[in-house]
Design a binder for this molecule. Sequence first.
Ligand SMILES: Nc1ncnc2c1ncn2[C@@H]1O[C@H](COP(=O)(O)OP(=O)(O)O)[C@@H](O)[C@H]1O
Ligand SMILES: [Mg+2]
Length: 581
Amino acid sequence: MKNKKTRNNYLNMLKLCIEFKIRAIFLSIALIGTSFLSSYPIKYIEKIINICISSKNDNMEVFIKGGLIYLILQILNVIFRALFEYFNADLESKLGHKIRIMLFEKLEKMPFKFYESNNKSEIIMRLVQDSSVTVDGILQPLTFIIKNILTFALGFIYMYSIDKTLTLIMIPIGLIISIFVLKTGPKISKLSYDERESNSKLWNGFSEALNGIREIKVNCQEKRILKDVERSSYNTRKVIMNLKKYTIKVGNINSAIVMSIIALIMILGGYKVIQGTLSIGGLTAIMMYNGLLIDPIVDFFNLFQQMQKVFVSCDKIFLVLNHSEEPVNLKTLKDSFNENIKIDRLYFKYINDDSGFYNLNSISLQINKGDKVALVGYSGSGKSTLCKILVKLYDDFEGNASIDGISLKDINNENIRNIIGIVFQDTFLFSGTLENNLKFAKPNVSEEELKNALEMSGVSLFLENLPNGLNTIIGENGFNLSGGEKQRVSICRTILKDPQIIILDESTSALDAITTSIVMKNLLELFKYKTVIFTAHKLSNIANVCNKIYVFDKGSIVEYGDHNKLIKKDGLYKKMYNAYE
Ligand SMILES: Nc1ncnc2c1ncn2[C@@H]1O[C@H](COP(=O)(O)OP(=O)(O)O)[C@@H](O)[C@H]1O
Ligand SMILES: [Mg+2]
């Protein structure tokens, strides 16, 4: 095994599967049955051949009896094998299900930034491929140990009872093979790792290309992307071939050694038969038992090779399982939001931004209950970043941020996210009906509430054009809706969620001027007594409705006041205001 960490990961994975022990016991019993019944009947072959050679042909009864016992044993063998196959498939599917769900549950608890430093295809690969490889890695050793050790031991004992010398020859050769196989470990492990990594890159290439198919088409870049994917695929092919070439080589050297044992036993066995120290039945049985001894040796190599892949996958799974989660069991705001949001000299930097600058630089502001606040500034000035911090998508900031006096870092994420509703700049819709998308945050809203929210968000303005109204199927990520329609769906979702603080992050940016003013008017009416934070770079719609305006520039707040004060100031705000008028 590669190292201590890998070993611990694998052992921990076995521990996680301990709940299936009863099933594993059933599986083991069936396996012991079939292993025993695969080797035991050979004894009858030895007997029958020997009787055949030694006696006259009038001994039919012995053949019939022998044949019947053989038949019964083989039927039992088939039954045990079928049971084993069933239990194996059952355990395999249950383990796969458990690992996938465990992994997904953990993924849901991961801090948001985990998704910024890990690409999605790699995560999906862990859910789909690594989990199934790991299941193999749990079941195969179990099966191997029971089946092969038993078969090997029984074969060895039977063979030994027929001829000691011929059996003992196997030991040194078996040892040589084992050492040989173990020595190949590090190389197979490295090649398996390369195979997994290049597969992950390939998946990523496919997924990016399919997600960006619109850009590829309109920019006529099909050929270039095909070339990229081809390069990736070629690399995967090469890596797979490297692994295959190596395992074919090692596997066949292994087989050659094994075959030479058979040849040796044939020669020595034949010599013994001529010498009269071994019966023909004995030699035949030994040759058959040989098969029983050789299978475990070959299986050992296959398992060994497979386990290198398993360790790679298991490590990948534990990178997720051992990752720190979003904190829970923190404080909750007692009843509701009552006083204010205070931010004092807050600094924040994205982990994957290596410009050396803070994305938010000493931000201080205060939002009181009922305020209508605007965060304005050029795009890239840090408005959305602050909004995401408020809903705790990131909590590794420096400085202070509190809600009703409790530090944001100490408040339960779920609590915060129930109090604050956010409409993001870029809306994500799930495939399914429009209605399910609208009710996403609150599935049990009444007809009345839904109707009102449709009206207020401006969804009703395009609803009648949809072929099936609320039951219209929305394609993957709202494929069949326009940008402005998607934004309205997102606003409607938040209205239905009915939070106490609402963040509208450029949430009308894709709407035309008339629709924007209708929706804005509705929202201001609807959220009259609520706390609302708008962000915008176009200022006309929010200028007069916000009692507080913070002007952002390159991550800092450079101006603060209400519209009139800021216009008088003749600074960045005025410049931006005039630019969009
Ligand atoms: N996920 C991210 N990772 C790294 N940098 C980011 C990320 N999101 C935004 N940024 C950077 O942070 C800065 C502020 O972005 P943002 O808050 O989205 O600006 P705004 O909403 O004002 O347009 C920009 O320079 C942007 O490039
Ligand atoms: Mg933004």
